[in-house]
Write a protein that binds this ligand. Structure first.
Ligand SMILES: NC(=O)c1ccc[n+]([C@@H]2O[C@H](COP(=O)([O-])OP(=O)(O)OC[C@H]3O[C@@H](n4cnc5c(N)ncnc54)[C@H](O)[C@@H]3O)[C@@H](O)[C@H]2O)c1
Length: 668
């Protein structure tokens, strides 16, 4: 399909004539059948809801077809309407649009549905098993059409993937406002997601899927590299590197697939278990994992060989993680670092495959006998924790990697709690990311070159490196390690071939770094050194974006880790300080009802307005979180916000007075 045909297709929205039904392609990685949850009346309601998108003349055909989809897959995806053109991040000029910012948003959402990027592209799922961009293909078609029509005096409103419409606004307003899974708090249990998603009225947007900010596994490669490096530093003697250390973990999916690549960059030997052959194959073909074996002893023997030679290597074990952990115990192997990145935020609907069942058996049982499946999951988690406890007693440093492993293991009744009721193991945010990164304002800043040209990405890499080196030259000791890690990362970024999908880059930077890098990009676009606009964004997993008591805010200890004011304030603040789009989500990472997270996208087009907006918005986007972390008495954040107040006289933040613990001990 050429560019003109593609544009015509986009602008027609939902076609007036029905396209041919689409054949189910078993070669593609599909979402598992969702749990049977709707009553007969609710099924009728789900159909009635789905038919709202179509002219009445098609209802007889579509009602039958959608009913079949609902029975067969547990959801109505409207497969027939999946477009025939290839969905990927084209050049910004290929999208039909009246305003460039809307074209940039089309590029970003297309990237989230690219086959090379998305986990279950036909079900519009980008990562995490249920991280949806849209609930169905009608929403996709309609949203693309609205973006094609919108002017820069309109705002598109998206309710969990459903485009409510274009509303008049103004130039400085966000072009799109996204909400995903916003529930009345009492209706935010996992089964509520199953029911209301099946009804077609809400979706799980994960963090970057439903906000069009997923940039492939690169984002998490960077985060994982930083995490593995710092986890390694925690167990290393001074001056000792990570060579010859073994890291064992699970999951080669959307995010977890980054683990072997990051382990190689960090310099360790890794074994990553993955139960789904398609997921493992995809990562192997991409070169993100060096070797695959379905023989557990061979995986272990290889790791020991590489350890002996102090050479980095990544091994995928095609099998269940529990079998790997138990075999390591049986053979009494010493493991240095351990974690898990199965999708335990979604343990009963395909996120976690219990030991003792094949992949296919699990997929059948979770849909047909959910109670029996739950028992298997809980037994499997107990076995997994028992093995991890034994290896930890032998010196392994184990950390929860933000997938609700500790939470779900405790719910399963596993031996994961200490006598005081706290978890035996830290979350990676408590020990590593929180105090070392977020409290200082460092977080996953990212950008996408909308020309989709690698040359532009090279230019941005050079600019970013120059800016970081300038800042590092005078940075205080507290943040020099962060600066050094990120300069090293950006130096090796091209060589490490991190791009999958759009021409994107990520690094960790604080407000100063983000503002200076963005300012330099905007200038380069104005001068033509960068050939097209650049989209700025970040993972929601950041300093201020996410309230999540077992992950991003797990190192907040004043009780406020169970509040969500920071994330809500953040997205409201971003929206009137110049974001091009904003999003706020329930769920993501650790599960529906367990987290509120938000983010933004900002288009830099070389204009004066962009320069004004970037300074105002990025400053708030980071310092909101530092202020909150400092109020929670976190020393690193108190240091960072005081430093920021010296730099910015208009900033006045309420600082905590620290009570003496002895005084309190005398009273209670
Ligand atoms: N740490 C972070 O920064 C971070 C970021 C994003 C996501 N997450 C969380 O990490 C988890 C993984 O995310 P994802 O996008 O990779 O999800 P995913 O569903 O794409 O991948 C998980 C993989 O684990 C495999 N798996 C499940 N059970 C298994 C078992 N018992 N043994 C071996 N393999 C098994 C699945 O087949 C799947 O491929 C999610 O819970 C997500 O929310 C963490």
């Amino acid at each position: 399909m050429n560019k003109e045909e593609f544009q015509k297709f986009v602008l027609q929205g939902i076609p007036d004539e029905l396209p041919e039904p689409k054949k189910y392609n078993p070669e593609i990685n599909h979402a598992p059948k969702r749990k049977e949850i709707l009553t007969k009346e609710e099924k009728k309601l789900a159909l009635k809801n789905a038919l709202r998108y179509f002219d009445k003349k098609h209802h007889t055909v579509l009602a039958k077809e959608f009913a079949e989809e609902l029975e067969k897959y547990g959801r109505i995806y409207m497969y027939r309407f999946r477009p025939d053109y290839k969905i990927y991040a084209r050049s910004i000029d290929d999208y039909p649009a009246k305003c460039k910012h809307a074209a940039a948003i089309m590029l970003m959402l297309s990237n989230n549905l690219d086959y090379a990027v998305a986990q279950h592209p036909h079900e519009l799922i980008t990562y995490g098993g249920n991280g949806a961009v849209f609930q169905n293909w009608a929403q996709y078609l309609l949203t693309m059409q609205y973006l094609g029509e919108m002017t820069d005096e309109q705002t598109l409103v998206l309710y969990s993937g459903h485009p409510m419409g274009l509303f008049p606004s103004h130039k400085d307003a966000p072009r799109v406002v996204v909400t995903n899974g916003m529930m009345i708090p009492n209706y935010s249990k996992p089964d509520d997601w199953e029911r209301f998603n099946a009804l077609g009225v809400t979706q799980y947007g994960q963090m970057t899927a439903g906000s069009f900010m997923y940039i492939g596994p690169q984002g998490i490669v960077h985060g994982t590299t930083i995490t593995v490096l710092n986890a390694g530093r925690k167990i290393s003697k001074p001056g000792e590197g990570l060579e010859g250390k073994i890291f064992v973990t699970a999951g080669l999916g959307g995010m977890s697939g980054a683990q072997p690549k990051a382990s190689n960059i960090a310099g360790v030997v890794s074994i990553t278990a993955e139960i789904n052959p398609k997921a493992a194959k995809k990562r192997h073909e991409q070169g993100w994992v060096d070797e695959i074996t379905d023989d557990v002893d061979r995986a272990i023997d290889m790791a020991l060989e590489y350890k002996k030679n102090k050479k980095t290597h990544s091994i995928a074990y095609l099998g269940n993680i529990v079998d790997l952990w138990e075999r390591l115990v049986e053979r009494d192997i010493k493991i240095d670092l351990g974690s898990d990145q199965t999708s335990l935020h979604n343990p009963l609907s395909g996120g976690y495959y219990p030991a003792g069942l094949t992949y296919e058996e699990s997929n059948r049982m979770m849909a047909e006998k959910p109670d029996e499946f739950k028992n298997h999951v809980q037994e499997s988690l107990k076995r997994q924790v028992d093995a991890i406890n034994k290896l930890s007693a032998n010196g392994m440093y184990f950390f929860d990697y933000g997938n609700a492993f500790l939470l779900e293991s405790s719910r399963a009744g596993a031996d994961i709690l200490k006598d005081d009721g706290k978890f035996k193991y830290p979350s990676y945010v408590q020990d590593i990311m929180g105090p070392m990164c977020f409290d200082y304002g460092f977080g996953p800043f990212r950008w996408v070159c909308t020309s989709s040209k690698p040359e532009d990405l090279d230019t941005t890499d050079k600019i970013a490196m120059q800016v970081l080196e300038e800042i590092a030259a005078t940075a205080p000791d507290e943040i020099t390690q962060q600066m050094r890690d990120n300069i090293r990362w950006i130096q090796g970024a091209k060589e490490n071939k991190l791009v999958v999908g759009s021409q994107a880059r990520i690094l960790y930077a604080d407000a100063e770094g983000r503002m200076k890098i963005a300012g330099a990009f905007n200038q380069a676009i104005k001068e033509g050194t960068i050939s097209a606009p650049v989209v700025l964004g970040r993972d929601h997993h950041d300093v201020s974006g996410t309230d999540s008591p077992f992950r991003e805010t797990s190192n907040i200890y004043d009780g406020s880790q169970f509040t969500a004011d920071m994330a809500i304030q953040n997205v409201i603040g971003d929206s009137f300080r110049g974001a091009t789009w904003v999003s706020i989500h329930n769920g993501g990472g650790v599960g529906w009802g367990e987290v509120i997270n938000g983010g933004f996208g900002m288009v830099l087009d070389g204009s004066k307005e962009a320069s004004r907006r970037l300074k105002m918005m990025l400053h708030w986007d980071v310092n909101n979180g530092i202020a909150r972390r400092s109020w929670a008495r976190n020393d690193e954040a108190i240091f960072a916000i005081q430093r920021e107040m010296e730099r910015t006289p208009e900033l006045k933040v309420t600082l905590p007075n620290i009570a003496d613990d002895n005084l309190l001990d005398e009273i209670f």
